[in-house]
Design a binder for this molecule. Structure first.
Ligand code: AMP
Ligand code: GLY
Length: 423
């Protein structure tokens, strides 16, 4: 079967890396891909949001299956367009993708079906939002309703900050994604994520992970798309996983079906766990980035049949196997990220790092130019290692980071600290 992956990040490199090892994948393509993906798939220069060009490519290259990586094309209806053109595609349709595309929709669904989450209210009017905030405790969480590339959430620690944020978001800082806001109770506890495949009715739990969103060591500084992650998450033991499935994921899948929006694809639940009780922070309708890198490193089964079963409604007949090790990824980013950063610097010694035992270097923002690897993004590399414990995976990943020669890049030096401290 010929397969096309849509996207250009570390997540898509990890998906291509896994699919490239599948016995049933004949030709593997990625649109648009990146410098690392080019080693495992043929990159085609088509943007993920150019639906007609993607459909045309699928027809001309006899693509039997498309795997959509990022949220934006999913929310915009890429899977609907592909399916409508007779092309099988992995990911939710637009009606189901609203679970990530509108935080207000997600909160209303939780309220209607009794799924544990933070108390909330929805607003389009700034004065009404401010008067609501006056009666709430601090800190308080303010979110743009729509997609804002991970930047649409503010934890306001004072009423002034809350009012400024309300003005800012409703005033158009995120364009139409901020035409409505959700204001939420601040939850305390430890964050973790659970990833499951869902075929409309059946749920197949994949794995748990924890990521580090803040740019600086000790989880300080502004939030990013994620500076590192590990899987499994020690806080999600078997009992917690069952609780998350029974109280959050299964009720959501049933609710989406009852609402006439059956969910098919990977469901990524962001959780806050406090006193042994999980609450839903958010849903994402895609693999996490960099969480996908650690998930794919641990997956011992062929990925393709799992993704096909998700589309075909046959997840109840398949069971993946996982490596016993823990995987940990350290993200290397361009200096300045998540603020302004330079593009175009050259990265050396990548092959030496990639050749270390149990290490895979995934590319997130690179291009190849005359054989050289050039940084082209904010998050640039995901240095991933397997180990018998979080501590050993961490040690291996940082050994590989030490081999990579890229003076214009930086990384956090403490990915996994919480899990290491727990031991
Ligand atoms: P979200 O994109 O909704 O997951 O929010 C991004 C990050 O903001 C989360 O990973 C949390 O760290 C934080 N966050 C979001 N909602 C809440 C909440 N209700 N209470 C505490 N922290 C939150
Ligand atoms: N790393 C968090 C995300 O992919 O949303």
């Amino acid at each position: 079967m010929n397969v096309l992956v849509v996207g250009s990040g570390g997540r898509e490199h990890a998906l291509c890396w896994a699919l490239g090892r599948s016995a049933s994948v004949e030709n593997l393509y990625c649109a648009p891909g990146n410098g690392g993906i080019a080693d495992v798939a043929q990159c085609v220069d088509i943007d993920g949001e150019d639906f007609s060009a993607l459909i045309g490519f699928c027809k001309s290259e006899s693509i039997g299956f498309v795997v959509v990586g990022p949220e934006a094309p999913l929310v915009a209806g890429l899977v609907d367009a592909l399916t409508g053109a007779g092309i099988k595609a992995f990911g939710p349709d637009a009606a189901a993708a609203v679970l990530e595309g509108s935080k207000g929709f997600m909160k209303d669904l939780c309220a209607k079906y009794d799924i544990p989450t933070a108390a909330y209210a929805r607003f389009t009017d700034a004065e009404a939002a401010k008067s609501y905030v006056r009666d709430q405790c601090l800190p308080i969480v303010i979110k743009a309703d729509g997609l804002a590339a991970g930047k649409g959430v503010v934890i306001a620690r004072s009423k002034d900050e809350a009012e400024d944020t309300i003005n800012d978001i409703l005033g158009g800082r995120f364009g139409s994604a901020g035409a409505e806001i959700v204001i939420e109770e601040f939850l305390r506890g430890e964050e973790a994520s659970c990833f499951a495949l869902v075929d409309g009715t059946s749920v197949l739990m994949l794995a748990s992970a924890q990521d580090h969103k803040a740019v600086g060591d000790g989880d300080t500084g502004p939030n990013t798309g994620g500076m590192g992650a590990y899987s499994p998450a020690p806080i999600v033991d078997a009992a917690m996983e069952r609780k998350v499935l029974d109280t959050i994921i299964r009720p959501t899948v049933a609710a989406m079906a009852a609402e006439g929006r059956p969910y098919k694809g990977v469901l990524f639940a962001g959780l806050m766990i406090d006193g042994g009780e999980p609450k839903l922070l958010e849903y994402n309708i895609r693999f996490g980035d960099p969480e996908c890198q650690v998930l794919m490193s641990r997956l011992d089964s062929d990925l393709l049949p799992l993704l096909l079963a998700t589309c075909d409604g046959t997840l109840d007949r398949i069971q993946p196997s996982w490596k016993p090790e823990t995987a940990l990824v350290v993200v290397m980013a361009a200096r300045g990220y998540p603020g302004a950063y330079e593009k175009g610097s050259e990265i050396y010694n990548l092959n030496a790092a990639n050749d270390l035992p149990d290490v895979t270097v995934f590319h997130a923002g690179t291009a190849k130019s005359n054989g050289a690897v050039i940084a082209t993004g904010g998050r640039v590399l995901g240095v991933t290692a397997l180990g018998r414990s979080v501590a050993s995976a961490q040690q291996r990943a940082y050994e590989a980071v030490g081999v990579i020669d890229w003076p214009e890049g930086f990384c956090r030096t403490d990915i996994g600290w919480r899990a290491v401290a727990r031991r």
